[in-house]
Design a protein around this ligand. Structure first.
Ligand code: AMP
Ligand code: MG
Length: 490
């Protein structure tokens, strides 16, 4: 059995940035789910991961020499308001491992008990929330969106009070880095020790390895690359209908990974201002505001980095503005391209822009199921009847006129319609974590029954391949349903 090295290079940073804390001992820890296939793919020994030794470390019942978990400190703008002292209030960085893919991963527990950053929280997590994160993070991986991975979920044997009592659990997740916009906001209000610079250099060495650590303009380069990764990430989210739900600056990881799957959801019927989170009363983090909000967070990051851009404040601000101004054009380029690919089109420039406008106008009016719309469009090219598409829409008329424009473009493509359709099936998933499916899986899991969870997980891990066993995952939400649905697992 191979126990991985549990190094924590983060603890070489100034001590204000973290607090060593051990996980709360769980009275009766037991694995509910282990991500054996991903563990294997990064060379993590499954025998060790599933052993009592490992579970004992994660659940705080076994104290191993040299094991020094820590809670990371951060600040954050939450729904626009600054909180200076946030931090891992129920999470711990337990170690960094280097996978066989040569990537260094932060291993992070979530729900492992209170820390100095818990404020009034209990430091715990529900089994529902942990399993929801497992489902979503596996799906993100399957559809090629950068996100933290879930390695394991274990029950603690305790009950956790939310509106009612729930089974408690801890999630073990792996991230390329959990440094957030909020980590820099925190470093920026700490005095002395060049703390922002040390953190920025740490991030370069860890995650942005093509930047020369000796270069004078390395922090500007770092910011440029962070902006690029976020532009790509948000374009991918939106192209697949993902709504993060709590894009506070403490929930934006600078690795470009999606983190914290609390009230997140995939849009069902198309509604551009869709919000899922019950706590987002003003629609700040609606589907169609996510690029603007990412930019808002990036501007907070830029403020924290200003002193590193240039000694002269005005020059520094100018640099920050120039870099920030690159966000929207990059986002739009990616987003347009992704949507054109989803439509099976290779058009570019003004033609693509025009098609984008027509497509989103049609989607807003026809209100089809967003995921199935693109999927069935490919099926129609394969010879399926258009009634497939009609059945997805609340209003058929806008669809019909759009279809003739789309067919016109398809005819101009250089490859055959069969080839186009095949390409479309490879990028347009048929399965998506639908509200009702998740609800059913989590409800049953809360009662100790994991069949629905495992079945749904199987579909979400292979979302491009249609299979008879998942036929009942293909229903369409009634028009208006989404407005009543709220999703806030914690
Ligand atoms: P979130 O928006 O869920 O990522 O959390 C925002 C902040 O609240 C972070 O600092 C979390 O660590 C903290 N937090 C959330 N839930 C709890 C909890 N149950 N106990 C302690 N801290 C929490
Ligand atoms: Mg968070």
């Amino acid at each position: 059995m191979n126990k991985p090295e549990f190094d924590i290079t983060y603890s070489q940073l100034p001590a204000q940035l973290y607090a060593h804390t051990k996980p709360d001992p769980a009275p009766n820890a037991a694995y509910v789910w282990l991500n054996n296939s991903w563990a294997q793919s990064i060379g993590l020994d499954q025998a060790w991961l599933s052993s009592d030794d490992a579970l004992g470390m994660f659940s705080g019942t076994e104290d191993v020499e040299g094991y020094a978990p820590l809670a990371m400190a951060y600040s954050g703008h939450q729904f626009g308001h600054f909180s200076a002292q946030l931090g891992d209030g129920r999470a711990l960085l337990i170690g960094e491992i280097v996978g066989s893919d040569a990537t260094r991963y932060d291993l992070h527990l979530k729900g492992s008990g209170s820390t100095v950053y818990s404020r009034r929280g209990d430091g715990k997590s529900t089994l529902r929330a942990a399993l929801k994160e497992a489902l979503f993070s596996e799906y993100m991986a399957a559809i090629g969106i950068s996100a933290t991975r879930t390695l394991a979920v274990f029950e603690t044997g305790e009950m956790v009070m939310r509106e009612e009592a729930h089974k408690g659990a801890v999630l073990l997740r792996a991230a390329k880095s959990l440094i957030r916009v909020g980590t820099f906001e925190f470093a920026n209000i700490m005095k002395g020790e060049d703390i922002v610079k040390k953190l920025a250099d740490f991030l370069i060495v860890r995650e942005y390895t093509d930047i020369d650590i000796e270069a004078n303009d390395r922090h500007q380069q770092l910011f440029t690359q962070i902006v690029t990764r976020q532009a790509e990430l948000i374009a991918k989210w939106m192209s697949q209908g993902f709504i993060h739900g709590v894009m506070n600056s403490d929930n934006m990881a600078l690795s470009g990974e999606t983190i914290d799957f609390g009230p997140c959801a995939f849009m069902e019927r198309f509604k551009p201002n869709q919000v899922f989170s019950s706590i987002d009363k003003n629609g700040r983090y609606a589907w169609n505001r996510q690029a603007e909000m990412a930019m808002w967070n990036l501007s907070k990051l830029a403020q924290s980095l200003l002193d590193l851009f240039d000694e002269n404040q005005e020059t520094a601000i100018q640099i920050a503005e120039e870099e920030l101004n690159k966000f929207f054009p990059q986002f739009m380029t990616h987003f347009n391209q992704l949507i054109m690919h989803k439509l099976g089109l290779s058009i570019e420039g003004a033609q693509a822009e025009d098609m984008m406008n027509q497509t989103f106008a049609m989607l807003s009016a026809a209100k089809p199921d967003y995921t199935l719309f693109f999927r069935y469009l490919g099926d129609v090219l394969m010879g399926e009847d258009e009634s497939l598409l009609v059945a997805l829409c609340a209003d058929e008329q806008p669809l019909q006129s759009w279809l003739s424009v789309w067919r016109g473009h398809i005819e101009n493509e250089a490859i055959t319609t069969t080839e186009i359709a095949q390409n479309m099936q490879q990028i347009n998933p048929i399965y998506v974590p639908r509200f009702q499916l998740i609800e059913r899986a989590l409800e049953q899991a809360g009662n100790g029954e994991l069949t629905a969870f495992n079945h749904l997980l199987k579909a979400l891990q292979n979302p491009y391949i249609e299979a008879g066993e998942f036929a009942d995952y293909l229903f369409i939400a009634a028009d208006g349903d989404a407005d009543e649905q709220t999703f806030c697992e914690t």
